[in-house]
Ligand binder design. Structure first.
Ligand code: TRP
Ligand code: SF4
Length: 325
């Protein structure tokens, strides 16, 4: 029996190397199951409702990134959340039975309100974020939800909502979804902090080789290496993190040379940049290919929506029947 898998990514901007290692490669592991992968544009709207760039444009970029990153639409269903109206319908249904207190104590909610302090996020939609996310999951009766650690609180809430549904309506319709945690290799941004669009330190899957060169050149290294003769500490150097991932055979040699001041940071970066570009080349090429076949991505997303809709509509009927509406 194949397992049902669902996950989503918010199209708030182009995807970067962190997404490739943390999201796409994790998703690929479930391609031989019955997997649904969604571009969560309604979820993006919860925080970007007043943004000047349209989410629609981001959706296409993210779709290109997912396909370029190796997700195979012949094996899994790739679709856009807003193309399948049942997500809204199920979300509204679940909102009837989800106690406000559960949403108000959601730690992710509190953190995000803090973090995005200058934006009005005391909205109905943002508070209901996990309700919509639960709808996403249960419409496909997903057993497994591949996500990062930051989503664990949401998933716990999803299980609580599922249990409450079953308790109230006396019928077990949905599996209680389980997270499949991504063991992400640590990959910092170019400034050593967590890679994130908002820090301006990300390397994107859509970056040209020249842009990659530029970003690598500007990367932060061990601050103790002011002069060429200063001995380095590879364990604190972001460039070394990249060597570990993209130039693994040379890892110990590089560490040794860095510690002994036998290698300069400029050369070290050049070598790493070369390896990184080698790694990114097929992704960049696939992205270019998909982007050049006009209509191809739209067709994949339409096809995905059709497949998703079929499953979602069946589940929605079942849920309405249980609720008595
Ligand atoms: N909230 C998730 C994130 O920010 C994205 C998401 C939306 C999602 N719907 C989902 C993840 C359903 C898993 C399942 O990363
Ligand atoms: Fe980092 Fe390489 Fe410079 Fe060492 S030599 S500090 S690993 S860039």
């Amino acid at each position: 029996m194949k397992q049902r898998v669902l996950s989503g990514v918010r199209p708030t901007g182009p995807l970067h190397l962190g997404h490739l290692l943390g999201v796409i490669q994790n998703w690929k592991k479930f391609e031989n199951e019955n997997a649904f992968y969604m571009i969560a544009d309604w979820h993006a709207l919860t925080t970007e409702y007043d943004s000047k760039t349209t989410i629609k444009q981001n959706v296409l970029e993210v779709a290109l990134d997912l396909l370029a990153g190796g997700l195979d639409p012949a094996k899994c269903t790739v679709f856009v959340q807003s193309h399948v109206k049942e997500h809204c319908e199920m979300s509204l249904l679940l909102s009837m039975l989800t106690p406000l207190a559960w949403l108000e104590r959601n730690p992710t909610y509190k953190d995000q309100i803090q973090e995005l302090g200058d934006k009005e996020l005391h909205t109905h939609g943002f508070l209901g974020y996990p309700v919509l996310q639960t709808a996403d999951i249960i419409l496909y009766k997903a057993d497994i939800v591949p996500v990062g650690e930051d989503q664990l609180a949401h998933l716990e809430l999803s299980r609580e909502i599922v249990r409450r549904f079953h308790f109230i309506y006396g019928k077990k319709i949905f599996p209680e979804p389980q997270a499949s945690l991504t063991r992400v290799p640590k990959l910092p941004g170019t400034d050593g902090r967590k890679m994130s669009k908002s820090y301006g330190n990300a390397i994107y899957l859509s970056d040209s080789p020249a842009e990659v060169d530029n970003k690598v050149k500007q990367m932060v290294t061990d601050p103790a290496r002011i002069k060429r003769e200063d001995k380095g500490h590879p364990e604190v150097c972001p460039v070394f993190c990249y060597h570990k991932l993209f130039n693994a055979e040379q890892e110990s040699l590089i560490a040794e040379e860095c510690r002994g001041a036998l290698r300069g940071c400029v050369d070290c970066k050049r070598e790493m940049g070369g390896k990184l570009k080698e790694f990114l080349a097929p992704i960049y090429e696939r992205r270019r290919q998909f982007a050049s076949e006009s209509g191809k991505v739209i067709e994949i997303l339409n096809d995905g929506a059709r497949k998703a809709r079929k499953v979602a509509a069946e589940t929605m009927d079942e849920a309405k029947e249980a609720v008595g509406i």
